[in-house]
Design a binder for this molecule. Structure first.
Ligand code: 9MR
Length: 364
């Protein structure tokens, strides 16, 4: 089948063959959702990122209805609201308004929150990237930021992505302000600062600390380097609980279920939890969805990824990086690519939604 797309509503017409596939007509009658199926399959949650409050999602009633439906999502991740530029735009001037707005609903709704993130090379305010730092002054900046955020949000965070994307694709450490100023020692240090901050958080030891990265879903140099990185922290006796595999995939280019299982097990065998933290499967050419294999292949790619998590004992959950195309980060970052989510922009489900359900209900 070929879906030539000029826009979303046209996409639905063009792809009606697939949308009429078995399962589609029953979706409206379902009382259960992805989080229900995930828990039944042994996962802790099925979750999504949401870009509240900056994207307009918070005023989109139809979007909110799905986001807040705990049958679908038992976990949420703030796509931007807790990042450094949002939380410490000026040195020592902490602003939690956006993050608090994000947290409003999940808190009352008992959805777990994967807090994202404490240390990253991107979305840093210019006072960090253009500052004149010594090793000691930059360590003090890191310690202040990490301590303040960990203690402010406390156990409202089920988990923290303490460190995000510290590796290059070849497995070497990424050159950024942290590495260039402090050296590789910054890595155990940021986890140490996060652990020390827990002394000020009642019940804080239960907050899970993660290293989170993309391109580590296949065995290879980057995945091996991520394993060494997390082992290096753990071997120093510093708290680190898990590895987040972002899982930003391309239709037809997604690693197989077996490959993902084998790769996930390399981390769990070393004593780490794992989670798929930012899953999406994008089309490389939005004007021709047959490239890569079409909607059926996208569904299969989602199914393989979620099934891999179900297959691995310490894979705790799967988070999609927003659930519908309307708010996807993909077209902005990869022009001409997109439609990577499990709902279309008009909030109807794609075959990919059924792929996720199939993975979660395989053993029923
Ligand atoms: O979804 C986020 C998008 O709104 C931001 O513009 C972008 C800036 O880098 O970050 C996106 O989220 C990223 C996440 O924090 C880390 N992994 C990759 C995600 C997609 O770029």
């Amino acid at each position: 089948m070929r879906c030539s797309l000029a826009g979303i509503s046209y996409a639905l017409l063009a792809c009606s063959t697939t949308l009429a596939a078995p399962g589609w007509s029953h979706r409206w009658k379902r009382s259960k959702g992805l989080n229900d199926y995930a828990k039944k399959a042994g996962l802790l949650y099925f979750g999504t990122a949401a870009d509240i409050p900056s994207s307009g999602e918070n005023t989109d009633v139809a979007y909110q209805r799905i986001l807040n439906n705990t049958h679908e999502f038992g976990q949420v991740t703030p796509a931007n609201a807790m990042k450094w530029d949002a939380t410490e735009p000026q040195q020592g001037d902490f602003t939690f308004g956006a993050a608090e707005q994000f947290l409003g609903f999940p808190t009352s709704n008992h959805q777990l929150v994967r807090c994202h993130n404490l240390v990253w090379h991107s979305q840093l305010p210019s006072w960090v990237t253009s500052g004149t730092w010594t090793n000691a002054t930059l360590q003090a900046v890191l310690k202040s930021h990490i301590t303040t955020l960990v203690q402010h949000f406390g156990t409202r965070c089920y988990a923290w992505d303490v460190l995000n994307e510290a590796l290059n694709d070849n497995g070497t450490l990424r050159q950024d302000v942290w590495l260039n100023t402090i050296g590789p020692a910054y890595i155990p240090l940021v986890f140490q600062f996060a652990e020390e901050a827990l002394k000020g958080v009642k019940g804080g030891r239960r907050i899970k600390f993660y290293y989170n990265d993309y391109g580590i879903e296949n065995p290879g140099p980057k995945s091996a380097a991520a394993l060494e990185l997390v082992k290096g922290v753990k071997d120093r006796g510093i708290k680190i609980d898990g590895v987040g595999l972002q899982s930003h995939f391309i239709v037809g280019g997604t690693p197989s279920r077996e490959t993902q299982v084998q790769n996930l097990q390399s981390f769990t065998a070393a004593g780490f939890d794992v989670a798929l933290t930012e899953l999406d499967v994008r089309f490389s050419n939005v004007s021709d969805l047959s490239v890569g294999g079409g909607l059926e292949q996208q569904s299969q790619d989602y199914e393989n990824s979620v099934a891999a998590c179900v297959d691995v004992k310490r894979c705790v959950g799967v988070t999609v990086w927003d659930f519908d195309d309307k708010y996807s980060w993909i077209p902005g970052t990869f022009p001409g690519q997109g439609f990577g989510d499990i709902w279309w922009a008009n909030l109807t489900m794609k075959p990919a939604y059924d792929g996720v359900v199939a993975a979660l209900t395989e053993r029923d």
